[in-house]
Write a protein that binds this ligand. Sequence first.
Ligand code: NAD
Length: 257
Amino acid sequence: MSLQGKTAIITGSNSGIGLGVAHALAGAGADVVLNSFTDNPEDHKLAEDMAAEHGVTVRYIKADMSKGDECRMLVEKSGACDILVNNAGIQHVAPVDEFPVEKWDAIIAINMSSAFHTTAAALPMMRKAGWGRVINIASAHGLTASPYKSAYVTAKHGVVGMTKTVALETAKEPITANAICPGYVLTPLVEDQIPDTAKKYDMTEEEAKEKVILERQPSKEFATVEQIGGTAVFLCSASADQITGTTISVDGGWTAL
Ligand code: NAD
């Protein structure tokens, strides 16, 4: 399948899952817009390297997904948006009665409201182009909960709800909206937690991964950014034309429990 001629915007894509999805879409021939809130030489180098590797156009556009106007500006500045991947996300863990208000506000803004703003800006472009894909990177936490993750679980459930609404509003058009719900994926975000978890439970890092981090993932294996990327590419294929308003779990069986 070729996505040649399509432009994909992936929010929060200078690391982890976003970067993996960007690579997969570029590998399938799409031109790519990478994004984060930083504007470092390494960010632009990522774009250069990806363009050279896949032979597509790759731009890096700085925009802070905690700010609605910057979310909309990202889409406008991209000039086209056939594939929108709402991926930017952060985490904070604390009991609900101790949850810092500024962390709650930031998680709701970055993990949920950004997808509202980018989708609102992108739909007119998709309609004009006569084709579109909205792919929201939600989470197993968009379908289930864990203690101490109130803001994250709220935001991810919200994203799943928004996905369904956008799908209904575009149901008669050649546009689909779906959410990918990963279980644990070994990104820098998760890798950083392993040494501390091992120390806390007096375990080796391997034991901490299997017994603590992957406790809820029956496969006892991390999902990979390549698998999330492959799922996104599938959602852009003609085979997925009638897949809309749903969630696809890539979670090693987590939500089957
Ligand atoms: P990550 O920290 O590697 O990537 C997060 C990305 O978001 C980074 O590129 C970061 O720069 C960007 N970002 C953060 N704040 C931003 C802001 N204000 N504006 C723009 N960009 C911003 O983490 P990841 O694991 O790759 O997470 C990516 C997405 O996948 C998140 O939405 C996360 O909730 C989701 N997810 C991750 C896992 C996992 O196990 N890693 C599981 C389920 C869902």
